[in-house]
Design a protein around this ligand. Sequence first.
Ligand SMILES: NC(=O)c1ccc[n+]([C@@H]2O[C@H](COP(=O)([O-])OP(=O)(O)OC[C@H]3O[C@@H](n4cnc5c(N)ncnc54)[C@H](O)[C@@H]3O)[C@@H](O)[C@H]2O)c1
Ligand SMILES: [Zn+2]
Length: 376
Amino acid sequence: MTDVRTVHVATGPGYDVRIGSGVLAEAAAASPGRRTAVIADTTVANLHGPVVLDAFASAGRDAVLIPVAPGEPSKDLATYGALLRRLASDRFGRDDAVLALGGGVVCDLAGFVAATWMRGVPLVHAPTTLLAMADAAIGGKTGVNLPEGKNLVGAFWRPAAVLMDVRTLATLPAAQIVEGCAEVLKHGLLADPELSDAIASGRIAADAPEDDLIRWVAASASVKAGVVAGDEREAGERAHLNLGHTLAHALEAASGHRLAHGAAVAWGLLYAAILSRAVAERCGRPYRDWSAPVRAFLTARPVPYPPEPAWEQLEPYLARDKKARGGTRRWVLMDGPCAPYLADDVPPDVERDAWARFRATVAEVRRARGTNGGDT
Ligand SMILES: NC(=O)c1ccc[n+]([C@@H]2O[C@H](COP(=O)([O-])OP(=O)(O)OC[C@H]3O[C@@H](n4cnc5c(N)ncnc54)[C@H](O)[C@@H]3O)[C@@H](O)[C@H]2O)c1
Ligand SMILES: [Zn+2]
């Protein structure tokens, strides 16, 4: 039996995140509902639904699996509405619960169903992607997309419990692991150098020993839990979790959304490191380089390459970023490892020069991957 770790998220009454191998077997014990609606996409339902349903059956508890189609398009009002109507026709009530089994899409969608069904019922998160474990399942943000934009409708809704079963990562495509690694790397850079080194040296991979996965998923969860506990509603410090994201959102948009979020974040972290140094040089701030784990990760892992348009072509996408305030952009920068701050007044020429250095660094990564025998 491998170790099970518990990370407490100290918001309001607080909730526990249980990280281990086989913890999906605790699903019935974790759900406070008389009946539980298990919402999963069909891929995850086939792979990991039976373990969850068995857990309820052996506890003599009632659970109903409600499938949705896999992928981001399911995070929409139509699927949300269909789920509510299914709960109504199955006569789910106020004393029932929702269990979200899946990646970030199901966390957000089923979480929003739990937040709004009968004005809110208990929610259990059982994330099955590394990205959802690192990010979506902790912090209480739920919601759906509109055709006009991502995550425009939603609510803060705390889960009653979170079960992170690292066994589910064994069925995840390798590219999805790399995606999640970018968010884990971000947490390491913000608060846990051992964690960013683990990512840099490739110790978080689908074939890693389960004890290692448990250790690093728990380390990442601790960082996010710590930030969220200090600032649940993103009035201040929680914005630090956007490290790398200002550029990432622009790269995703500039690529016509072909570049996946995690890959965009990995490159966004590199730009944030380059910009942090440039700002420190310009403003005479003391600076300690923190780019090494980011470069190592980008060199060692097959993170898809970003678009590299001229800065002027990227700028319109940056201007749309939700963190843009009154015309100036807000960057999350760091003066050194684990030393984030928000910068609202970075001079445009510093941003542009950093982009040139960024493109030169992407070229270095391409050369290094070539000589590593990595991808091209
Ligand atoms: N609420 C938050 O704080 C928060 C934070 C970050 C991201 N998000 C949201 O998360 C979403 C992205 O999450 P994602 O990358 O996990 O996407 P996802 O939920 O679509 O999962 C990716 C794919 O992996 C499959 N899959 C999931 N688990 C699997 C497993 N164990 N084995 C095999 N296949 C599996 C899914 O069927 C899907 O096709 C976005 O909508 C994003 O907005 C939310
Ligand atoms: Zn992200």
